[in-house]
Design a protein around this ligand. Structure first.
Ligand SMILES: *Cc1c(COP(=O)(O)O)cnc(C)c1O
Length: 419
């Protein structure tokens, strides 16, 4: 039953689920099973033919359940719901965000190919790109939010004359300083390369603002990608990843997922379906809290600099991208405390309500030190380029009362830098 005329909040309670098909269960039951019985050998043959692309689906025919590494009802439900949120054909969930990112890289890059990526990215993605992909003969070119379209194309041509990137991978807002790469500019770049003979696949890691507050597919991206561990999961109780896009592209990723064995298990899918029901209301409140926290940080003399899209001045070059691309400033804030690692650590160690932990996007607020934690593996010079200093602290704002969060930051700052 497709009811796409409903708004997203409603779709997250109802889309893709018919209780009549599940003994009247109001919530989709947890299908804790590895395999599914066929009614007959002929049926098994027919399901496999479809799964392996040996025949075209009949009109309206969906892939039936075979084996839980390929598909299962809890997976099917959350894929339909994410596709409904992204207003696209299909979605694929993976065992982690990194599994989704690896699938994208291995699906569309072959030895000798070129990957063009926008930095900074999540620490794990940075490691995959700079330390793993080169082992498979992948060439890498990097750009940042400060580079123009022409400058990027020129750099590619200088390093790899005549070569077209196979994949353009960006993360926006970028981890950890909320840098904004222009998705539409990247889409234009993909079109330019298309005219030269080959369209690169444009992949956007949409973990920080999506799927509610940023819509990369509407801006010309091919894949909107997630660490669903973060806002989509939203309760710091699961690890998952996802990609959304066209039938064709998602089919390629699902094919790889089957053979890499990185399908998301039924219990975690069940938790994700629970989480999607409250996604809108959670992120809305988290943003409201984050705006209040950011205003406090901005006026705090012990803080040198705050990175939060909501605080971009009107004349800042990123402001225009923000206005076009982001539907909200989000709930990730990075800031530099005055001093260095010592002050930053003293601040973190004195927090009482915030927990010192990596990860983000959950109901509880978290604080971490990117230079020694999430981004410790990024080369030193690159850290400097990205603004990941020893003074930098990253906050993920949760659902506590914003006054309590501000009071916690205030007292930790007083202890970190006594008057
Ligand atoms: C956490 C994160 C990832 C990796 O996701 P996992 O679920 O931990 O594998 C990728 N990108 C971003 C932006 C992240 O925050």
């Amino acid at each position: 039953m497709i009811r796409t005329f409903l708004n997203s909040e409603s779709l997250m309670q109802s889309h893709g689920y018919d209780s009549k098909e599940h003994l009247g269960a109001v919530k989709c039951p947890l299908y804790q099973t590895s395999t599914f019985a066929f009614k007959s050998a002929e049926e098994g043959k027919s399901f496999f033919e479809l799964a392996y692309g040996l025949r075209e689906p009949k009109p309206g025919e969906e892939q039936k359940m075979i084996y839980s590494r390929l598909n299962h009802p809890n997976l099917d439900l959350i894929e339909k719901r994410l596709a409904a949120l992204e207003k696209c054909d299909d979605a694929a969930f993976f065992a982690s965000g990194m599994a989704a990112i690896s699938a994208v890289m291995f699906a569309w890059l072959s030895p000798g190919d070129l990957l063009l990526y926008g930095a900074p990215v999540y620490g794990g993605t940075d490691h995959l790109i700079n330390h793993v992909l080169p082992l498979y003969g992948i060439n890498i070119v990097r750009f940042t939010a400060n580079d123009s379209l022409d400058a990027i194309i020129k750099r590619v041509e200088e390093h790899y004359p005549g070569k077209t990137p196979s994949v353009i991978f960006i993360e926006v807002p970028g981890n950890p300083v909320n840098s904004l790469i222009d998705i539409e500019m990247c889409s234009l770049m993909a079109e330019k390369y298309d005219k030269l003979g080959k369209r690169p696949v444009l992949v956007v890691d949409n973990t920080f603002l999506g799927p509610v507050y940023q819509k990369p597919l509407e801006k010309g991206a091919d894949i909107s990608l997630y660490s669903a561990t973060k806002f989509i999961g939203g309760h710091s109780d699961l690890i998952a990843g996802a990609c959304a896009g066209s039938f064709e592209k998602i089919a390629e990723l699902k094919h790889l997922r089957t053979f890499f064995g990185s399908t998301l298990d039924s219990h975690t899918c069940w938790l994700v379906s629970r989480s999607l029901e409250t996604l809108h209301i959670r992120v809305k409140q988290q943003v409201e809290n984050a705006i209040k926290v950011s205003r406090f940080l901005k006026n705090e003399p012990k803080i040198q600099r705050v990175y939060y899209p909501g605080l971009l001045e009107d004349d800042h070059p990123q402001r225009e991208i923000y206005n076009r691309q982001c539907l909200s400033p989000g709930s990730m804030i990075a800031f530099e405390i005055k001093g260095g690692e010592e002050e930053a650590f003293r601040f973190l160690n004195n927090l009482q309500l915030f927990k010192i932990a990596v990860s983000l996007g959950s109901t509880e607020s978290l604080a971490e030190h990117p230079a020694t934690m999430t981004h410790v593996d990024v080369a030193h010079d690159d850290r400097v380029l990205y603004g990941i200093t020893d003074q930098l602290i990253r906050l993920s704002i949760g659902l506590e009362n914003s006054d309590d969060l501000i009071n916690d930051i205030r007292q930790a700052l007083e202890r970190a830098i006594p008057d």
